[in-house]
Design a protein around this ligand. Structure first.
Ligand code: DQA
Length: 147
């Protein structure tokens, strides 16, 4: 069975109430529930992990190899723009990952225009709202079938 890890970084636990004009009204639980439903129809499993702490995200990335995840979908929140350590962790485990941003970061402040993760990502989806997670899941599942 294909196993996908869905990692969410700081402040994404507040989805639903956090700046709804930018991030919408779906909660993280709503998003993960939808991903689980889609994955189940495809014989796959998704496991969600959210933390506001950089080290916890890094440790979860490290654990992903021994936990036999086939791919990672990651919205690293603001750590996208700051964390070389998270980038190094993703490079170290060599599990294909898909970077998602709910908002169109390129239409926002200049400090959101650079990602430390994108150059290593299998794909990047920005600005499509929660649908971005679902599209990343679709890409991850298709990549598994063509391996
Ligand atoms: C975000 C964009 C980041 O710039 C921001 O810090 C977030 C959310 C997004 O999903 O649009 O926390 O990753």
């Amino acid at each position: 069975m294909v196993r996908i890890l869905v990692l969410n970084g700081p402040n994404l636990n507040l989805l639903g109430t956090r700046e709804p004009a930018t991030y919408g009204t779906q909660t993280l639980a709503d998003i993960l529930g939808r991903l689980a439903t889609v994955a189940a129809t495809r014989g796959a499993t998704v496991v969600g992990f959210q933390s506001n702490a950089e080290h916890a995200l890094i440790e979860q990335v490290h654990a992903a190899s021994s936990q036999q995840f086939d791919a990672i979908i990651i919205n690293a929140g603001a750590y996208t723009h700051t964390s070389i350590a998270l980038r190094d962790a993703l490079a170290a485990v060599r599990i294909p990952f898909y970077e998602v941003h709910i908002s169109n970061v390129y239409a926002r402040e200049a400090f959101r225009h650079h990602s430390h993760l994108s150059a290593l990502a299998a794909g990047v989806i920005v600005g499509l709202g929660p649908l971005g997670y679902e599209l990343a899941l679709e890409a991850a599942l298709r990549a598994q079938t063509v391996r």
